[in-house]
Design a protein around this ligand. Structure first.
Ligand code: DOR
Length: 447
């Protein structure tokens, strides 16, 4: 449906190479009608409202980014739901799941409803939201089922003031909230102890030493233990340490999933020497060995998919002293080109790309009808240019924060067309700002 409640028109994408779930490329035409993929065939000639010539380019299912921070309400000067969604459209991201560490945090049913209403009025891509856990909002979390994709727990403090570090409160949530629980797994007690230990240090490297691998291992072990005890669906956000992977390798219950972010796949602590405090991120950048371990974890299936943790902060905030610089980096505009550049280097294949960037998150969060190019599925699509390389340019970013940790990197696979529910959201370098996405629905899988 479009904004007027009318069915969207038909759109024919001619001469595209469609990436199927098994990674094979199917050359032909794809017809979108009524928001869905109506047909995929070698040649389609049905009359349509619009025809776009794909010029033989590669067509992928739109990226589902299951972890972004868009700052609305409260910190709209760095990003809002509109600019965040524009950045998504540029990056080929057709659906996002947004985190609750806004101001105020998304910890009540009313605040979830407010975010959904704001998104409906201004997002050019599809949207879903997490409910934020506190030590005493169990009832709101229980009531948030139809309104959110799951519950987010900050086990260690990061941007914003959400934190559940009391073991009793943590256990109560796992016991009493029958929802998907996604955890930011860093151990708060150890972070505090080491903050004292490293007091006075100002170089960016201190961040990875302070919030070390053991911080992540301890919290991930605790979350896994609670998830096993209550057979609770658990998602581990932004896995970063080889030790966390070892825990999953030893025992990964069927109801546990994990993700990794491009920062931990493409950057290591060496980035502090080139981009300084801009590389500050929670969980922090790790060693080269950890970075390699993340790729191995993804390839082996222990890590299910990729998210960006898109965390926009202004450069005027990032380029401060260690204690004041906020943690986080933007990512929705670069995740797909980064992965497709790895593909161009033969490091990954198309089957992995569609699983890690689209289908994996759709499956984990129970988002029906998305994540694959198949007739009957939602027409969320991205057409990419794998012929040329372009550097990451800050001035091209739609994100309000206006920078990228990957600035200057020469990447291929830049989106040339993004389609959301059969409607064009990005084309010829421009976001189509009148397009509107839809609220995602969630049908959690049984396990
Ligand atoms: O580095 C981070 N920044 N990690 C998070 O978990 C939060 C994020 C933010 O919102 O800035």
């Amino acid at each position: 449906m479009n904004g007027d409640g009318l069915l969207t028109g038909s759109l024919l994408l001619r001469d595209v190479r469609m990436v199927l779930d098994d990674g094979s490329l199917y050359a032909g035409d794809l017809l979108c009608q009524g928001g869905l993929i109506q047909a995929m065939d070698r040649a389609l000639n049905s009359p349509t409202d619009r025809v776009i010539d794909g010029g033989g380019r590669v067509l992928l299912p739109g990226v589902i980014d299951p972890q972004v921070h868009f700052r609305e309400p409260g910190k709209e000067y760095k990003e809002d739901l509109q600019t965040g969604s524009w950045a998504c459209a540029r990056g080929g991201v057709t659906s996002f799941l947004e985190m609750p560490n806004t101001s105020p945090p998304t910890t009540t049913v009313e605040r979830l409803e407010d975010k959904l209403a704001r998104a409906a009025s201004k997002c050019v891509v599809n949207y879903g939201f997490f409910a934020g856990a506190t030590a005493d909002n169990i009832e709101a979390l229980q009531q948030s089922a139809g309104l959110s994709c799951g519950v987010k727990i900050f086990m260690g403090a990061s941007t914003g003031d959400l934190l559940v570090d009391d073991p009793v409160a943590l256990e109560r949530i796992f016991k009493e909230v029958p929802r998907l629980i996604a955890v930011h797994a860093e151990d708060e007690a150890r972070i505090r102890e080491r903050t004292r230990l490293f007091a006075g240090r100002t170089d960016p490297h201190v961040h990875s030493q302070l919030r070390d691998n053991e911080c992540a291992r301890l919290a991930t072990a605790q979350a896994l233990e609670l998830s096993r005890r209550y057979r609770r669906r658990l998602h581990i956000l932004h896995l970063s340490a080889a030790e966390e992977l070892a825990l999953l390798r030893a025992d990964k219950p069927a109801w546990v999933t994990a993700e990794v972010i491009p920062q931990h796949l493409f950057l290591s602590t060496a980035a502090y020497d080139t981009i300084g405090m801009r590389a500050k991120q929670n969980p922090p950048l790790r060693s080269e060995a950890d970075r390699q371990a993340m790729w191995a974890g993804l390839r082996s299936g222990l890590i299910d998919f990729v998210a960006t943790d898109h965390a926009p902060h202004l450069l005027s905030e990032k380029d401060r002293d260690y204690a004041e610089a906020p943690a986080g980096m933007p990512g929705v505009e670069t995740s797909l080109p980064l992965m497709l550049t790895a593909l161009a280097r033969d490091e990954v294949n198309f089957a992995q790309i569609v699983r890690w960037m689209s289908r994996g998150a759709a499956k984990a969060y129970g988002i029906p009808n998305k994540g694959s190019l198949r007739p009957g599925f939602d027409a969320d699509l991205v057409l990419v240019d794998l012929e040329s390389y372009e550097p990451v340019r800050a001035e091209r970013m739609a994100s309000k924060c206006g920078w990228s940790p990957f600035e200057g990197w020469s990447l291929t696979g830049w989106p040339v067309l993004t389609v959301v529910g059969g409607r064009v959201a990005f084309e010829a370098g421009e976001v189509q700002t009148d397009t509107r996405g839809s609220a995602l629905s969630f049908q959690p899988p049984e396990f």
